[in-house]
Design a protein around this ligand. Structure first.
Ligand code: MG
Length: 289
């Protein structure tokens, strides 16, 4: 009997989703959301980001959230950190993994963080070194791997160049982001083929956005090509969950439906995800009112 094929699901709603919601919910509501998600048995939950409060006010309570949640055995609790100070916060909070980010597009990097790709990579180097010395795995987010809102198409060669430098400095997982949700399924063939010399599809995570309604079609092609790890956001949190053209990360519920259709195990309990999403929608509605 052969083992059922499986994909690994990382829930990024509490970080990526809430960061992009204009209304900030209370610390207690965030903790309740993450605790509800923890009952769904994810491989990983990205809890928050240790960023400066004046940059992202929605996540200013990162330490309180980390201290308040009840962790499930078997789930990795990770946090995003932009710099060494963020790493200090992550270590103090007992994060089991950190994420760092860089763009594959020069213009996006300049406009988004006012630094070149090279400058961003140099700033991350000591962060990754220290995290690895503390035995933490490090996810390296690479944004705009298909298209940049300013430069247009981004070549796989350029993406590979950034990925190779992240691996060289000690990053343990590459997470490729279609930041503006522009990808079509054929882009996965081009991208993954172009990255072959850097990393195999089964070693990468994909972070897809459903901006154009194609995230599931793109994910299905990526699975065909050997990708087994995906980011997802409960309820498609981050854009308006009900509006077509929502810029949110691909919804966890949609990814679970795809996995079920393809006969892939995820380990994630869809009922629990729906319960967590429903509860959060109520809290967000209250925060917006
Ligand atoms: Mg996202």
């Amino acid at each position: 009997m052969s083992a059922q094929r499986a994909i690994r699901m990382t829930e990024v709603g509490p970080r990526d989703g809430l960061q992009n919601e204009p209304a900030a919910i209370s610390t207690a509501a965030k903790i309740a959301f993450i605790n509800a998600l923890s009952k769904a048995n994810y491989a990983e939950i990205e809890v928050t980001s240790f960023v400066r409060a004046d940059r992202i006010a929605q996540l200013a309570d990162a330490a309180e959230v980390m201290a308040g949640i009840t962790r499930a055995a078997g789930t990795v609790y990770s946090v995003l950190v932009p710099n060494e100070r963020g790493l200090d916060g992550a270590l103090a909070a007992g994060a089991q993994k950190i994420s760092v980010f860089v763009s594959a597009s020069e213009s996006f990097s300049q406009r988004n963080v006012n630094a070149t790709i090279h400058e961003c990579l140099e700033k991350l180097r000591p962060v990754v070194r220290r995290a690895r010395a503390e035995k933490l795995p490090v996810r390296g987010y690479v944004s705009c791997v298909v298209k940049c809102p300013y430069d247009g198409a981004v070549s796989a060669t350029q993406v590979g160049h950034v990925c190779a430098q992240l691996l060289e400095m000690g990053v343990t997982e590459l997470d490729l982001g279609d930041t503006i949700g522009a990808a079509v399924p054929d882009d996965m063939d081009r991208l993954l083929a172009g990255l072959r010399s850097v990393a195999a599809p089964k070693e990468m995570t994909l972070h897809l956005h459903n901006t154009s309604g194609r995230a599931i079609a793109v994910a299905e092609r990526a699975i065909d090509l050997g990708v087994v790890s995906f980011d997802c956001s409960a309820g498609g949190l981050g854009g308006c969950p009900y509006a077509p053209g929502s810029p949110g990360t691909v919804a966890t519920e949609d990814m679970l439906e795809l996995a079920a259709r393809l006969g892939l195990a995820t380990g994630v309990n869809a009922e629990q995800v729906r319960a967590a999403t429903a509860q959060l929608r109520q809290d967000l509605a209250l925060a917006r009112a």
